[in-house]
Design a protein around this ligand. Sequence first.
Ligand code: LHQ
Length: 267
Amino acid sequence: MTYATLLTDTDTDNGVRTITLNRPDKLNAVTTQMTTDLHDALRLAARDPAVRCLVLTGAGRGFCAGQDVGEMGDIVRGDGETPHLGDDLRHRYNPIIRALRTIEKPVIAAVNGVAAGAGLGFALACDLRIAAVSASFVSAFVKIGLVPDAGSAALLPLLVGIGKASELAFTGERVGADEALRLGMVNRVVPDGELAAVTYALATQLAAMPTRAIGLTKRAFNHTLLPHLDAMLEYEADLQEIAGRTADHAEGVAAFLAKRPAKFRGE
Ligand code: LHQ
């Protein structure tokens, strides 16, 4: 299968499929096409018995910068059209997060660069994260007047605790790979040049394990820690619908696109 916004590569001998987000000029920011492509790639990987471990990574210097703000800007700039970010999440993002959490195979995020906004959500929804030392993590939502989504409202506090999650979500501060390791956001940090090889070695190891047992283990962890995943994703969408109609969201998007600091008014 070929995709406009992804590369996929399958090592059939070892049962490892790699999905690479592929808009490197924009740090793999997520377009409507990319969500369609990624959802399809995850659906195919889930049902292909030859795939026993999945790797998600990014092309170029970014892992994924979240929603393409240019696409959002088209709406904000439009003729008074109201953004419906809740529906965007329900139709485009939530199925991807659900797929990453429910695919009964191990999924490794090989975080090669910045993971921001929904890109952070994608990384956190994977089972394991291996970060290149130059990678970073940003809950960027607040910088454009939004709330954490793509699962990160639940997954970030789950991984780092509610205090640190509040700090990261409220400030939009960028966390480097070593700090992310200390916080429990990632499993390992490796030199940039070794990310692909280390990830591949772990993926090959996991693909050779009893896949059904791993899938059932994942089901157990979901049951224990994310029993309300669907309701939680739906609630994120409800909240983003509200945030998406604020003046501060419009200002945040306009400021990002104009490459200037935002002037938020709390409205
Ligand atoms: C980008 C982006 C980007 C477009 C970098 N879009 N171009 C989904 C939909 C529905 C409801 C709401 O929620 C969501 C989920 C979300 O993901 S909302 C959050 C969206 N993401 C962001 O707000 C992150 C915006 N990006 C950034 O803050 C920075 O770019 C980060 C911190 C990711 C990286 O900073 P730098 O390393 O300094 O790189 P840069 O800013 O210079 O970016 C490189 C290029 O990529 C640049 O383009 P240019 O043409 O000037 O080279 C950026 O404009 C572009 N880019 N992120 N999300």
